[in-house]
Write a protein that binds this ligand. Structure first.
Ligand code: ADP
Ligand code: ASP
Ligand code: MG
Length: 426
């Protein structure tokens, strides 16, 4: 007998028929005598619809009221799943964020899980009742409803798994695992049976939206066993967790798996893209000590996350151009803030471009392989793709390119690093 948290994303609960299929998968897990908690997202497209209502009602909406609106999507699916399970003869009840409670802190619309003190949830699970929990939502210190940022149901699931000390946290979605890149872009992307927390964290943070970044860091912190798998299975199929998905494992476990299978680690494990960045160029910034600190300190203080940075070699007259990227959603705020300080910063112009994309290659193998960045630059150059900015970490190289070239770049790199699946017939 095991204690299992199962999470189902938006496409998995996108209507009553899909919810019935989910209920079947849940019932199969519970029937084996397991204790089960289920975390659900809102129906696919529902959160976008609710966000739009908020924008229509008030473009400068209050994030606390936004949370009241957008959290409702998950409330609907949790109630519907509990009803469907009951119709199948299972004992089930819903637990809303404030009922557990899922205590969160920090900003509305982007809240972080503080703690989940769930003795009643554990009791109810131990008594054989299936707990159905709306993802994405929590409650603030002031007792108001909060939400955890887009894709936040993954984080809810991992936080609940940690709180109930679950044996597994199964994340069911519309693909059957984590792939070498988004399988919707590269048909030859391959499923990765095991990926380390570190690699998954990096992949998620550079745009692989299959898991929310915070869910991975939380899983790593609390050692939660996370598995990604598909909910799109036939009614008669064996329980989905007997089919291989992707298991997120510790680096030690990964080493063992590689040794046992006699496999060498490739330099690149996966490729991700992110179209939500924007590029900012400040021209003719004074080329003197302290100039860049004066630019980036106020941005940091305003909570604007600057990612890639390039400072050109100084031109004549002691001036230089500074290029950097910020999330597209923060661009207007960053621009206003810098315009405000134009006199003191002494730059000439701000040029911005939202039609950019960040392409990243990620892999633990980079620590021991050389030439990873060179392969990337050459493969892109061969296709005439211009690199506008570069950033690196120990296990990642990212480049900024024209947004229109995103799909081409991902495909070209996938081939260049030998990640393409072989032909079935081969
Ligand atoms: P859910 O609604 O279940 O949370 P998401 O849409 O948030 O699902 O995440 C699943 C999607 O993530 C997939 O449909 C796929 O297009 C995308 N994705 C991006 N990168 C990857 C990757 N490396 N492996 C698998 N899926 C990926
Ligand atoms: N429904 C929320 C969203 O669309 C949370 C989630 O699905 O994880 O972002
Ligand atoms: Mg998601």
């Amino acid at each position: 007998m095991a204690r299992i948290v199962m999470k189902f994303g938006g496409t998995s609960v996108a209507g009553t028929e899909r919810i019935r299929r989910v209920a079947n998968i849940v019932r199969a897990q519970a029937a084996g005598g397991n204790e089960v908690a289920v975390v659900v997202s809102a129906m696919a497209g529902e959160t976008d619809r609710l966000v739009n209502f908020c924008r229509e009602a008030n473009p400068l909406y209050d994030p606390a009221e936004y949370d009241v609106v957008v959290a409702s999507g998950e409330q609907v699916t949790s109630g519907l799943l509990a009803l469907t399970l009951q119709a199948m003869g299972c004992k089930a009840r819903s637990w809303l964020g404030w009922q557990l409670p899922v205590k969160t802190f920090s900003a509305h619309a982007n809240a972080r899980v503080d703690e989940i003190d769930a003795p009643r949830l554990r009791e109810s699970m131990a008594a054989g009742e299936i707990a159905v929990i709306p993802g994405f939502q929590g409650v603030s210190e002031e007792g108001r409803i909060t939400t955890m940022g887009r894709g936040g149901s993954d984080t809810s699931a991992v936080a609940i798994a940690a709180a109930v000390d679950a044996d597994r946290c199964d994340i069911y979605t519309d693909v059957d695992g984590v792939y070498t890149t988004d399988p919707r872009i590269v048909a030859r992307a391959r499923k990765i049976p095991y990926v380390s927390y570190e690699e998954m964290l990096e992949l998620a943070s550079v745009g692989a939206k299959v898991l929310q970044t915070r869910s991975v860091s939380l899983a790593m912190k609390h050692n939660v066993r996370v598995q990604v798998l598909s909910s799109f299975v036939d009614d008669g199929a064996p329980p989905a967790d007997t089919l291989p998905g992707t298991m997120i494992v510790s680096e030690d476990e990964m080493q063992k798996i590689l040794e046992e299978s006699n496999m060498e680690r490739q330099s690149v494990t996966g490729i991700a893209h992110d179209k939500n960045e924007a590029r900012v160029v400040l021209t003719r910034v004074p080329d003197k000590p302290g100039a860049v600190a004066d630019i980036f300190t106020p941005l940091g203080e305003a909570g604007i996350n600057v990612d890639m940075i390039i400072q050109n070699v100084g031109r004549d007259k002691g001036e230089t151009d500074v290029t950097f990227t910020v999330p597209q959603a923060e661009l207007a705020r960053a621009q206003a803030l810098l315009e405000d300080k134009k006199e003191t910063l002494g730059f000439n112009r701000i040029i911005t471009d939202s039609k950019v994309a960040k392409i990243s290659v990620v892999g633990m193998g980079m620590k021991s392989h050389t030439g990873v960045a060179a392969t990337m630059f050459k493969a892109l150059a061969d296709r005439g793709i211009n690199v506008q900015a570069i950033s690196t970490s120990e296990i990642k190289v990212s480049v900024l390119i024209d947004e229109d070239e995103t799909e081409l770049a991902v495909r070209v790199l996938h081939t260049a690093y030998g990640l393409d699946a072989k032909d079935e017939a081969a």
